[in-house]
Design a protein around this ligand. Structure first.
Ligand code: ADP
Ligand code: MG
Length: 695
């Protein structure tokens, strides 16, 4: 339940005074649902109105604030012509201009002979000075009501700065008197304003430095937000790691049989990760661990070792993939290994036929299946396990999916251990905000024998050379991906580009070219993928990111069209589709010239390194966390105020603070705790408080 003190702030935004249906839609689009969201909409610039010249001195293109006397109204003679109000001071003349100005309104606003202070941008038309649509007009006698410096807000069509400012100011006026939730000593040492002062200051900048993110008011708000984030994750983690749990003992016989059957030597970090996970499973309290590793680093086998450990303890294990295709791929790659070790494995997805489904559901609850693979649907359906010991979640490129899962396993009194696999190396900052202080195993090295991928960049005009080079590749029995441009706004155009490329390649290479895209049915896609992986297709034209996670070791060439449109991490992920065997691979980035600064840097970085962690850091710097996090699909938490590329120190502090709060159970038994609960509500983290009550 939300504390009463927050009622006003959490009213729907349209309940504020003077908001009609049109304005409501615009505000909801730009700002958010509730009045409180107005507060988070911080200005991104200022207008300085302190320049107060006379008319004759006033310089063009500056924001001027001038005292004038109204001389004459010149209403527009025809539609489309401006309405002019001629004004003077003792040095000269100036026109105030309105397009579509209503006569009656303007005559009442600016009576002839009256003195006003007007403010706006000074322009000139045929040597005549003018201000078009003045931003402020006040009676000279009321000059005090005119601000010297004004905040400038980002806007959307149909909204003016004035309207937004007014609504924000009203919201500021209803901020209740909160008690401080920050640690008293820390708060003092930072010399920060209180929460409500911070909001007031942030919305009333006095100079340039007040809109800088490093300004104390903004830093305080950023810290509040980060602390709310870290606290909610810590509560979640605590709930996960509640002392109840299962001890899953290491089973060397089974592990050795697995090792005997895999056709390669484990990398060092695979060995370390398997050992870390094995010990975590063995401990009686619940394990929740993040397994991070670049595409191709070999996470599947690490997960499999854990699944085997569960089987060795007669416990069931489940592995979930984000898509059906990936679930199948996992299934294909572990099926035989399981068979050889006498472990019963099945796959269950939305596509499983009814009879199979019934059988599998039955066998699961009877305990006749050891390992089940599937999509997230596995946990949404009413499926019961005989004794589930371990869940592996392959999040691939989405983050924080496990948070939703946590809800499903919350009420179980014997919850399974959990491993979350992420294929996107994420910078430490993001890791912290998405996963909190969860335990992490990292795969840092690549399987031996992998040759570095040669990365080349060429302008799109060389596309024919690229087409030509496929010939030689195919003669060697190798395979290539051809990724078509990313056009985020439109799936349709996306598809058209891929279909065109497919057609032109097919003209030359006939049936050895395949096409996959997001609009195909799973069956069609899978059929083509299979032909590419095992059959006679050597070239796969694909739209962007659909097929990440696909493993085709024979693929040695990756062409990315319009590579300048892709983000750095995305390019890295795509490139990771090749270089998966001991054959030399290359990646050709076709770009449209001239390249922008940022795109140039992305391509350079890609050519210089293939270390996913370095690339992720660079991506964060280049795009800014807002961009990286802004995409809703990523699942990463979105921050309203904090800026993850510049607030790393604050984040570390917030994490320590939050650990301290949880370890000392401050939320339950201190005054600070009561105030912190308000903080969680303010940033919509009240969900996490459920875990607090749970224990
Ligand atoms: P990812 O981390 O992207 O999920 P996978 O587990 O799919 O990577 O492994 C990629 C490929 O590398 C697979 O074909 C797998 O069999 C192979 N592989 C995994 N570990 C090793 C290793 N230590 N040596 C050689 N090949 C390996
Ligand atoms: Mg994988």
């Amino acid at each position: 339940m939300r504390p009463k003190i927050l009622d006003q702030l959490f009213k729907p935004i349209e309940t504020a005074r003077g908001i009609g249906p049109r304005l409501k839609l615009r505000l909801k689009y730009l700002i958010g649902e509730n009045i409180i969201d107005l507060l988070w909409h911080l200005p991104n610039n200022i207008i300085d109105r302190s320049y107060t010249p006379t008319i004759s001195n006033a310089e063009k293109d500056r924001i001027v604030t001038i005292e004038v006397t109204v001389l004459k109204h010149n209403p527009s003679k025809r539609r489309g012509l401006p309405y002019k109000v001629k004004c003077i001071d003792e040095t000269g003349e100036i026109d105030l201009i309105w397009f579509n100005g209503r006569r009656q309104y303007l005559e009442e606003l600016l009576p002839i002979g009256e003195n006003f202070i007007v403010s706006g941008k000074l322009e000139a038309y045929k040597e005549k000075k003018q201000i078009i649509h003045p931003q402020h007009i006040v009676l000279s006698t009321k000059s005090k009501s005119l601000p010297n410096v004004e905040p400038v807000y980002s806007l959307t069509q149909g909204l003016t700065n004035k309207v937004i400012s007014n609504h924000i100011n009203r919201a500021i006026n209803i901020i209740p008197d909160f008690s401080e939730w920050q640690d008293a000593e820390f708060y003092k040492s930072m010399k920060w304003p209180s929460f409500s002062e911070a909001l007031k200051n942030a919305h009333n900048p006095k100079n340039e430095s007040d809109i800088d993110h490093k300004n104390p008011a903004r830093q305080r708000l950023a810290y509040d937000e980060l602390l709310a984030n870290q606290l909610s994750l810590a509560l979640l983690a605590k709930n996960f790691e509640a002392p109840v749990g299962q001890s899953i003992k290491k089973n060397n016989i089974l592990l050795n049989s697995l090792y005997k059957n895999i056709p390669f030597e484990l990398t060092n970090s695979q060995k370390v990760a398997i050992e870390e996970i094995s010990q975590g499973l063995e401990r009686p309290n619940r394990m929740i661990r993040l397994l991070q590793g670049d595409v191709g680093s070999g996470k599947t086998i690490v997960a499999l070792a854990a699944l085997f450990q569960a089987s060795g303890n007669s416990k069931q294990a489940a592995m979930m993939a984000p898509t059906e295709l990936l679930a199948r791929q996992h299934f294909e790659s572990i099926k035989n290994l399981c068979l050889k070790s006498n472990i019963k494995v099945e796959i269950l997805t939305g596509k499983t036929k009814r009879l199979d489904r019934e059988r599998i559901v039955h066998d699961l609850s009877a305990g006749d299946i050891d390992i089940i693979l599937g999509t997230h649907a596995l946990f949404q359906d009413k499926i019961s396990f005989h004794n589930l010991g371990l869940v592996v979640i392959d999040e691939q490129h989405r983050f924080g999916v496990h948070q939703r899962l946590s809800l499903t396993s919350k009420n179980s009194n014997n919850p399974p251990d959990i491993i979350i696999m992420s294929a996107t190396p994420i910078p430490r900052t993001l890791e912290l905000t998405a996963y909190g202080s969860m335990q992490v195993s990292r795969l840092l090295d690549k399987p031996v024998g992998r040759k570095p991928i040669k990365t080349i960049a060429k302008p799109l005009s060389k596309v024919d050379e690229a087409t030509e080079s496929l010939k030689r590749l195919m003669e060697n029995g190798e395979k290539a991906y051809w990724v078509c441009p990313l056009i985020e706004e439109s799936e349709k155009i996306d598809l058209a580009a891929a279909e065109d490329r497919f057609a032109s390649l097919k003209n030359i290479y006939g049936n050895r070219v395949g096409l996959v895209h997001g609009r195909m049915s799973i069956e069609e896609r899978e059929e083509t993928m299979k032909e590419f992986k095992y059959g006679n297709k050597n070239i796969l034209v694909a739209t962007t990111v659909i097929e990440v996670g696909i493993d085709v070791p024979d693929a040695t060439f990756m062409i990315i069209e319009h590579s300048e449109r892709f983000g750095l991490s995305q390019l890295h992920q795509l490139r990771g589709r090749v270089g998966r065997s001991d054959k030399a691979s290359s990646c050709l980035l076709l770009y449209r010239s001239p390249l922008g600064e940022n795109a140039k840097k992305r391509i350079e970085t890609l050519r210089e390194t293939d270390d996913g962690f370095i690339i992720a850091e660079e991506d964060l710097i280049l795009r800014g966390a807002g961009e990286v996090l802004g995409t809703k699909q990523s699942g990463l938490p979105y921050f309203k105020i904090a800026n993850l590329s510049t607030d790393r120190d604050l984040l570390e502090t917030a994490r320590n603070d939050s650990n301290y709060i949880i370890e000392n159970n401050l939320l339950n038994n201190s005054d600070r705790g009561k105030n912190l609960k308000i903080l969680l509500h303010l940033f919509n983290k009240e969900e996490a408080l459920k875990y607090l009550d749970a224990g």
